[in-house]
Design a protein around this ligand. Structure first.
Ligand code: NAD
Length: 212
């Protein structure tokens, strides 16, 4: 199940998957809305018969320093980037426990390092996602459900906006920005049975940025 608020792009992802021989369907989901999560889980169970993997991946940033940003911006970033992970995990909990499934939450290198000193709400949110993932891994472990987080570096996606890609490439030892597929590969590994003894772990995918 592909879930997002950008319906046309979500449908395009589904087409890509089905054209490659996979099975997928799209469901509109505002991750900051608790009722929408309840409906999304019901839809997933109706179509797929259960849930064995949840990727909490939606997120937005605030590219404003503390003196410029507002409480309104802060609340919006926290709702979509942080509270969504709580809501999604809570909504899917019973199904994940039935299937002894797993969860991957997308955090960021900016939950470990301070970034550029801007985007305070994003830093709050990603730090919270990291800690929640470990807390939730312990909470779910008795049920055999694994929970891990991934921490992308600079990946060439729309969230980067107009930020100079060369500047970001220069900041990483591999001297390039990452591609979304390189993060997806880590996420799929953590979702797979190959990662059956991995829980509460954080998986950095950053071209070496944090090793510096
Ligand atoms: N690209 C990077 O450099 C980078 C680095 C570190 C972490 N991340 C994280 O990776 C994740 C994916 O981001 P991305 O890089 O693919 O950027 P992106 O902007 O392409 O993807 C974010 C997605 O979240 C969706 N979204 C926004 N608000 C939503 C809502 N209310 N309900 C449902 N979906 C909503 C957007 O429609 C979009 O599809 C995010 O959590 C982001 O913070 C990205």
């Amino acid at each position: 199940m592909v879930a997002d608020v950008q319906d046309e792009l979500g449908e395009a992802v589904v087409r890509e998957i089905t054209e490659a021989g996979g099975q997928a369907f799209y469901h509109h989901l505002d991750v900051s809305d608790e009722q929408a999560w309840t409906d999304a889980v019901a839809k997933a169970v109706e179509v797929m018969g259960g849930i064995d993997f949840l990727a909490n991946n939606a997120g937005i940033g605030d590219n404003e320093p503390l003196d410029v940003t507002s409480k309104e911006t802060y609340d919006r970033v926290i709702a979509i980037t942080q509270t969504s992970v709580f809501l999604g995990t809570k909504a899917a909990e019973a199904e994940l426990k039935k299937s002894q499934g797993s969860v991957v939450n997308t955090s960021s290198i900016f939950c470990i390092a301070g970034g550029f000193g801007t985007s305070p709400a994003y830093a709050f949110a990603k730090g919270a996602v990291r800690t929640f993932s470990k807390n939730n891994a312990l909470g779910f472990a008795p049920a055999g459900v694994r929970v891990n987080s991934i921490h992308p570096g600079f990946i060439d996606t729309p969230i980067l906006g107009e930020t100079d890609r060369q500047m970001l490439a220069d900041a990483a030892p591999l001297k390039r920005v990452g591609q979304p597929e390189e993060v997806a590969a880590a996420l799929l590994f953590l979702a797979s049975d190959d990662a059956s003894f991995i829980t509460g772990a954080e998986f950095v995918v950053d071209g070496g940025f944090l090793a510096q």
